[in-house]
Ligand binder design. Structure first.
Ligand code: CP
Ligand code: NVA
Length: 308
């Protein structure tokens, strides 16, 4: 396989996504058994964080260590990126030193520009537009509780930004319907390109009969100035016990975390029996180990000779 990046979920075929999720479940089982599996011995992941993180940083760093490799944390404050070194120059330099790079940044075009010149795999650890690593964990969590997601209905309650847009891509790849419960003005712009997703401004109708209800913070990192306006606009979309009741007793609840009890989700929901958020967070580790193993070992493998 030649060099591959993971900038959005749409970088994978449906088949590749299924295989990654299967591998993630295998790696989770091996981890629980205490089995050592170190295919990335001597390999190094560079991690650029221009925004805060708990789960993404720890899961990538622990994941690389468990696979036999290591990770280097870089932030703008202590790298030359913060002093204006161009993204492309950084990409060329890191490509000569590490085996893959994970980036968490603001504009999605930044990861694209990095990947355009990098000669090692680049992984999107969250941009303003997408959070594909989280979707690997979310889909894995769904599968471990309910198996197939094809044909199901997911209710997204909240902002139409990065997490929502990654769910839209997942809906196309996996064949489920996504109802986006959010106020007018906050829905994704390009809904027409995603026939399996639709905006439903009425929160009860968005949740009605859904198999899974998902939410996220109302003011994402970088939107701190909008916090108060968003608190007002999104208030009717809080995932309450009533919203979960509209979905039904078998519906699951997910949240990528960090969560704000009393804002996007009521404590009784996130801490209640339908919530799978702790398993969802842990699955970041297992899913990303599958991703790292695939991207790094396969990118290093020589291409197959041309046939014929
Ligand atoms: N869900 C998620 O990406 O969490 P962090 O911001 O803590 O990495
Ligand atoms: N939408 C949130 C996700 C955090 C993991 C943000 O971008 O801050």
């Amino acid at each position: 396989m030649s060099l591959r990046h993971f900038l959005t979920l749409a970088d994978l075929t449906a088949d590749e996504l299924e295989r990654l999720l299967r591998r993630a479940a295998e790696l989770r089982a091996a981890h629980y058994n205490g089995a050592l599996h170190e295919p990335l011995r001597g390999r190094v992941l560079g991690m650029i964080f221009e925004k805060s993180s708990t789960r993404t940083r720890v899961s990538f760093e622990a994941g690389m260590a468990q696979l036999g490799g290591s990770a280097i944390f870089l932030s703008p404050a202590d790298s030359q990126l913060g002093r204006g070194e161009p993204i492309e120059d950084t990409a060329r330099v890191l490509s000569g030193m590490v085996d893959a790079v994970m980036i968490r940044t603001f504009g999605h075009e930044n990861v694209q520009r990095f990947a355009d010149v990098a000669s090692v795999p680049v992984i999107n650890g969250l941009t303003d537009a997408h959070h594909p690593c989280q979707l690997l964990a979310d889909l894995m969590t769904w599968q471990s509780h309910r198996r197939e997601i094809t044909g199901r209905t997911v209710a997204w309650m909240g902002d139409g930004n990065n997490m929502c847009q990654s769910w839209m891509q997942a809906a196309e790849l996996m064949g489920f319907d996504l109802r986006i419960g959010c106020p007018p003005g906050y829905a994704p712009d390009d809904l027409d390109a995603y026939p399996r997703s639709r905006h439903e401004p009425d929160p009860d109708r968005a949740a009605a009969g859904a198999d899974l209800v998902v939410t996220d913070v109302w003011a994402s990192m970088g939107m701190e100035d909008e916090q108060s306006a968003r608190r007002t606009a999104f208030a009717p979309y809080q995932v309450t016990g009533a919203i979960m009741a509209a979905a039904g007793p078998d519906a699951l609840f997910m949240h990528c975390l960090p969560a704000h009890r009393g804002e996007e989700v009521a404590a009784e929901v996130i801490d209640g029996p339908q919530s799978v958020v702790w398993e969802e967070a842990e699955n970041r580790l297992h899913a990303q180990k599958a991703l790292l193993e695939w991207l790094i070992t396969e990118s290093l493998a020589p291409d197959e000779p041309p046939r014929g």
